[in-house]
Structures are given as structure tokens and as C-alpha cells.
Design a protein around this ligand. Structure first.
Ligand code: AMP
Ligand code: MG
Length: 486
């Protein structure tokens, strides 16, 4: 019986042959407790948040007991890490519990992250610490609130069991959900082993369950690849527009569905810096903010190689060659929305670029600036915006151009303001906010996790009770250092 009586678990990955996964047995943590539960995702699934803390659910969500009769599986994949092909990665600390169908008929795969060793753990311990689990939990729900494709977080459990990183910490398990966790690297592994039948089996699986419309195309595999290119381009445009850095854009962290996947040393930018590197282990800045769109394309090239047994080289090259245009077009749509520009004009891109240059020069807070821009007064001095630039004349020059551009708009100023408030979030998961919630949680106080989650679920709404979360970061935020897997 399922620990959630209203849910029936299946395990669709079993449609694939055994070479794709390994069966995993539970490795319980001691004295598990619930750190956070996502009531809104529970409602989507057709369960209640109260059910999460039932003993049977807690046993499942902490990895003590899997769903009876349903295989828990760790998936095989490989990937290019920092440009170098690593032949065998796989779920080293994640496993699939199975999948359930929600109220709208959508199927969700459930994963535990941090539930113990798998055959793919290599040198790792299969565990995750409370700190990194809180970051993934909060950021996946913040991204969802922002309307950016992402894996979701259902629940987080903790345990007093020690996990050793730079210093001893305590263990946690994240329950995360997605339509699928298949990665670029899930294809690459079979290409590099010369197992072309398996590439076809995986592509068939992906089309059958996730890209069903491709089955009708003249060339389903070519259509599938083209769609993955388009979704990746859109995802990157979203990240850039909101000021999000992923931090580890290795191909094993790239979702075949264009979801934000595997939250590690990610960061939302505070002050705008085009070359911002959020991962302190990324010394060369390979995954810097301004490199991300290009890395998306580089990663798609890796995936294209893996598709060579299925799709002609010409078709793959053609699909890849559309990436830049798709990315730019989507980015321009998002940025026009941020500036409140409804009518399309030739010079819009240059206007946006000029703004970003000025913001870069002054490390202007990205989120605060765009939120304030909704109050831009075409005839006024705009002190609140102007004061965000050390060299006021830089802002004044841009503001003159922007005011002239707004003259060409057909919407009323009031309508534009409303639209801009719906395009520019007031609340993002700043590193320091996550850090404060982590510090409190390490002392046993989970209330900040709950309130941040609540706030970030509606990032575009004014929420006076959470006003403090909209502030620019304190000086100590500069000292926060985040690096790879923890
Ligand atoms: P990441 O950089 O977190 O995406 O992880 C890269 C690879 O290392 C994946 O195959 C992970 O499953 C694996 N990995 C990361 N942390 C651990 C850990 N603590 N134990 C086992 N495997 C891990
Ligand atoms: Mg990963």
C-alpha cells in the first residue's frame, strides 16, 4: 500500500532495459523529522500537507522505506563536466521512488536526493547536508514562482546523523518531483560506449512520455532534438532575464525537458555584474553569468553528438544553428516585458544593452532596479532609480532615451506599470536570505524556510509582511561562498 492512500505509484523507468538503472535498497537515517512540506504542490498532487508528517510518509521521504512493490532506481548517466567528458556519473545520491498521476492527469516522477549510497556514488557518501537541501528546496520553488521551468520540491526531512563536508554537518533528504529527470548525459553515456540501440530506446521513451507530438513528425528524432534545442534556448533566456546563475552547467545537469535541474552553487545576482561567477570552485569562470547562453549551446552540441546515430548531421547542425536566434528572440521578449515595452521597435535591443552596461558599471542591484523602473516618471527626475548609479549622468542619458522610447508606446502609463510589476519580481532568493534561513534551521528553527517559501511563491506580489526580504543585501552577504556538491 502507498504511504499516501490516494496515490498509486508506478515506475515507468522499468520500461527501459536494466542497463539504464540499478535497484536500490533503503539506507535509513536515524530519527528523521520533517523540515518543510510544500502544501501547494501537495494540493496539485491530490494529497494534504498533513499527510507528509504521517509516520509512513516520513519513512518514505527520509528513505527509510520505499513504496511497497515499487522498485527504487538510481539512473545511469555520464556528462561533460567543466568541458571534460566523464564516462560514468549516474545518480550518486539520488534515486527514483516511482511516479504518480496528479489531479490533472500529469505524471510526476518522485526522487529522493541524499538517501544514501548507490553504485554510482564513486567517492561520495550518497548523502546531502541540511544546508544544500534547504537551498535546493527554496530555489526550486522560487523558480516555479517566477514562472521558470524547474524541478519541484515537495518535502525536506532532516536527521541528526552527521555528514562530513569541510566540517561536520547533519544529513537531510530532499523529495523532488519533475515530469522527468532525464539529462543530456543520459544520452551521452550510450553514445560514448557505442551502444546505439540504447540511444534509440531512450529517445523512444522520451518521445512516448514527454514529447508525444514528435511521434507524428516525419522524422520524430529530428523533431525531438529540435524541440530540446528550443526549450534549452528558452530556459537560458529566462535565467538571463531574471539574473540567475546556475553555477554548474555540466551536461549531466542539463534537463532533456529544459527544466532548471540540480541546484548547487547557484545564485541570483544582487548587484549586476555580467561576468558574475556564483560557484567559487569555478576559477576560470566557465559558467559565469554572461557565458551561460553560450554554454547552453555547447552542451547541446554534446547532446547532438549522442543523437548522431538517430539523426543526420545536417539536421542536427540546422537545429543547433537556430539556437542563437531562438534564444535572442525569447530574451528580447522577456526584456521588453521588463522595460514595459509593448510595441516592438528597432532600437529596443540597443536600449536594453545600454541599460545593462550602465548597471554593470555601477553594480546596480538587478532586482531592485527593475522593480523600481515600474515607477519611472517620463517627466520626473526619478531619484530612486538615479541614486542607484554612482555616475548619475549615466542614468540620466539612458533615462532620456527611455523616456523618448516610451512616447512610442500605446498603453497608458498605469497599464504599463501593472504589466511591469508582473514582469519584474520584487522577491528573489538572494544568497543571504537562504543563508539566514539555513543558520536558523541549523538551530532547529524552520520558520524562516516556511516564510521564505511562502513569500517566494508569489514573487511579483506586494507582500508587506515580507518587506524585509525585498531589501538589498547587507555587506556580509559578499562573504558568502558557495561551491560544488554538498
Ligand atoms: P553535482 O555536481 O551535484 O551535479 O554532482 C555530480 C555527480 O556527483 C553526480 O553523479 C552526483 O550524483 C554525484 N554526487 C554529488 N555529491 C555526491 C555525494 N555526496 N555522494 C555521492 N555522489 C555524489
Ligand atoms: Mg548533478
Amino acid at each position: 500500500m502507498s504511504p499516501f492512500p490516494s496515490l498509486t505509484f508506478g515506475q515507468r523507468l522499468l520500461e527501459l532495459p536494466p542497463v539504464f538503472y540499478r535497484h536500490i535498497q533503503p539506507q535509513p537515517l536515524n530519527d528523521p523529522y520533517l523540515v518543510a512540506g510544500n502544501a501547494s504542490l501537495c494540493a496539485t498532487l491530490g494529497i494534504t500537507a498533513a499527510e507528509l508528517s504521517q509516520p509512513a510518509s516520513l519513512a518514505l521521504l527520509s528513505g527509510k522505506q520505499f513504496v511497497p512493490g515499487v522498485s527504487a532506481l538510481a539512473a545511469l548517466y555520464a556528462g561533460h563536466q567543466f568541458g571534460v567528458y566523464v564516462p560514468q556519473l549516474g545518480d550518486g545520491r539520488a534515486l527514483s521512488l516511482g511516479d504518480t498521476v496528479d489531479r490533472e492527469g500529469r505524471r510526476w516522477e518522485w526522487q529522493l536526493k541524499g538517501a544514501g549510497l548507490t553504485p554510482f556514488s564513486r567517492m561520495g557518501d550518497g548523502r546531502a547536508v541540511l544546508r544544500s537541501t534547504i537551498r535546493e528546496y527554496l530555489c526550486s520553488e522560487a523558480m516555479h514562482g517566477l514562472g521558470i521551468p524547474t524541478t519541484r520540491a515537495l518535502a525536506m526531512t532532516g536527521s541528526p546523523d552527521p555528514v562530513y563536508r569541510e566540517r561536520p554537518e547533519t544529513a537531510a533528504v530532499l523529495t523532488r518531483l519533475a515530469e522527468s529527470f532525464i539529462r543530456f548525459g543520459s544520452f551521452e553515456v550510450f553514445y560514448h560506449r557505442g551502444q546505439h540501440d540504447e540511444i534509440r530506446q531512450l529517445a523512444d521513451f522520451v518521445i512516448r512520455h514527454h514529447y508525444t507530438h514528435c511521434a507524428q513528425a516525419d522524422q520524430p528524432y529530428a523533431a525531438l532534438f529540435a524541440d530540446i534545442v528550443a526549450r534549452t534556448a528558452q530556459l537560458l533566456a529566462h535565467w538571463q532575464a531574471v539574473g540567475f546563475c546556475h553555477g554548474v552547467m555540466n551536461t549531466d545537469n542539463m534537463s532533456i525537458l529544459g527544466l532548471t535541474l540540480d541546484y548547487g552553487p547557484f545564485g541570483f545576482m544582487d548587484g549586476f555584474n555580467a561576468a558574475h561567477v556564483c560557484n567559487h570552485s569555478d576559477h576560470a569562470g566557465r559558467y559565469a553569468y554572461n557565458q551561460q547562453p553560450q554554454v547552453g549551446l555547447w552542451n547541446l552540441h554534446c547532446l547532438a553528438s549522442a543523437f548522431l546515430p538517430l539523426v543526420s548531421e545536417e539536421q542536427l547542425v540546422e537545429a543547433l544553428s537556430g539556437y542563437r536566434e531562438q534564444y535572442s528572440q525569447y530574451w528580447l521578449i522577456l526584456m521588453r516585458n521588463k522595460l514595459g515595452l509593448l510595441v516592438e521597435q528597432e532600437g529596443d535591443e540597443a536600449l536594453i544593452e545600454a541599460l545593462l552596461l550602465a548597471m554593470h558599471a555601477h553594480h546596480t542591484d538587478y532586482t531592485v532596479f527593475f522593480r523600481r523602473l515600474a515607477d519611472f516618471d517620463m517627466a520626473g527626475e526619478n531619484h530612486a532609480l538615479r541614486d542607484m548609479f554612482l555616475d548619475r549622468s549615466l542614468f540620466d542619458d539612458w533615462a532620456t532615451r527611455y523616456a523618448a522610447r516610451l512616447q512610442l508606446e500605446t498603453r497608458s502609463a498605469a497599464e504599463r506599470k501593472l504589466a511591469m510589476l508582473a514582469a519584474n519580481p520584487k522577491y528573489i532568493l538572494r544568497n543571504y536570505l537562504a543563508e539566514l534561513a539555513i543558520q536558523a534551521a541549523q538551530q532547529g528553527d524552520f520558520s524562516q524556510i516556511a516564510s521564505l517559501h511562502d513569500c517566494l511563491s508569489h514573487p511579483f506580489d506586494e507582500q508587506p509582511q515580507y518587506q524585509a526580504y525585498a531589501a538589498e543585501p547587507p555587506a556580509w552577504a559578499q562573504q558568502i561562498s558557495v561551491s560544488c556538491s554538498s
